[in-house]
Design a protein around this ligand. Structure first.
Ligand SMILES: [Zn+2]
Length: 293
């Protein structure tokens, strides 16, 4: 796990075990707020020791930016904290994540101590958390998943974008239209730093270019998918045409996130093809034979 202090009140922790997933702590005069936890207990516990023992801070709140396990599996290691999430996160944790944790625990001892913590404080569109000398705004930012949120420390203009901003946008478990809208909504807002859900922090001078690049990726991807559907509507030929949509042609590098970007891109292509084909040919059958699983 890597640790970086990015402002007076914020440290960012980046996993070395699972696709550079990040978690952060915001220190206030009345205690600390965690934005996500890390996937493996080993890394979340390192983070906890640093915050509690080295910084002497008490974690009052944990924000779950969305239900995915890589962001929520460590919540249980902060039993005294109130957990904040979007309204939709509650059921997703209680069903999907609970089931997948049980499956994982049946085969691996890494997660033996982990249990699901359901959020205590839920919101729909936005909420504000005042704690000590810090104001944290949270708002719904769907697309990567339908329960995704982002939050910002107003006094420092730091945005915790979670998986709304990753080195490559990823919407295969969410919605293309929503993530495009959610990324657009972050533009022109004068942030000093954006903390991504995975990968390095983005500094002020890089933010507009990066958000522009993400929007362009999504637009190029949609043009390519629509072209593939237009030229090869039959499912078997479409599958081949979709395979030809390269990540580089959409303006991103396949080496991002230690190579995981390539997998995320393939999932995006297939998910978008499903969504677009339904829009363009609503009476046709869904794609067959295009899901590589
Ligand atoms: Zn993630």
């Amino acid at each position: 796990m890597q640790r970086e202090r990015i402002s007076d009140s914020v440290y960012v922790f980046t996993s070395e075990l699972y696709v550079q997933v990040t978690a952060s702590v915001i220190l206030t005069s009345e205690g600390a707020v965690l934005v996500d936890t890390l996937l493996y207990p080993e890394e979340t516990l390192q983070m906890k020791h640093f915050i509690e023992d080295r910084l002497g801070a008490h974690v009052r709140y944990v924000i779950n930016t969305h239900h995915h396990a890589d962001h929520t599996m460590g919540t249980c290691f902060f039993p005294g904290a109130q957990v904040i999430a979007h309204r939709l996160c509650y059921d997703l944790l209680d069903t999907r994540v609970r089931e997948s944790l049980a499956r994982t625990q049946a085969t691996s001892s890494d997660f033996a101590e982990v249990r699901i913590v359901l959020p205590h404080i839920l919101f729909e569109d936005r909420m504000t958390l005042h704690l000590g000398n810090r104001t944290i705004s949270l708002w719904h930012s769907p697309g990567h998943s339908m329960d995704s949120l982002v939050c910002a420390v107003e006094e420092e203009q730091i945005l915790f974008a979670a998986d709304t901003v990753m080195p490559i946008p990823h919407f295969a478990n969410g919605s293309y239209d929503s993530i495009l809208r959610s990324i657009e909504a972050l533009r022109g807002r004068n942030y000093d730093i954006i903390v991504q859900g995975h990968g390095e922090v983005i500094l002020r001078g890089e933010i507009e270019d990066r958000l522009q690049e993400d929007v362009e990726y999504l637009e190029k991807l949609r043009s390519a998918v629509d072209r593939a559907i237009g030229t090869a509507p039959a499912p078997t030929r479409l599958s081949k045409a979709l395979e030809g949509i390269r990540i580089e042609a959409c303006g991103k590098s396949k080496i991002l996130l230690n190579g995981a970007a390539q997998t995320l891109h393939r999932q995006n292509v297939l998910a978008l093809a499903q969504q677009r084909r339904q829009t363009l040919y609503p009476t046709d059958q869904l794609l067959e034979g295009t899901d590589g699983r």
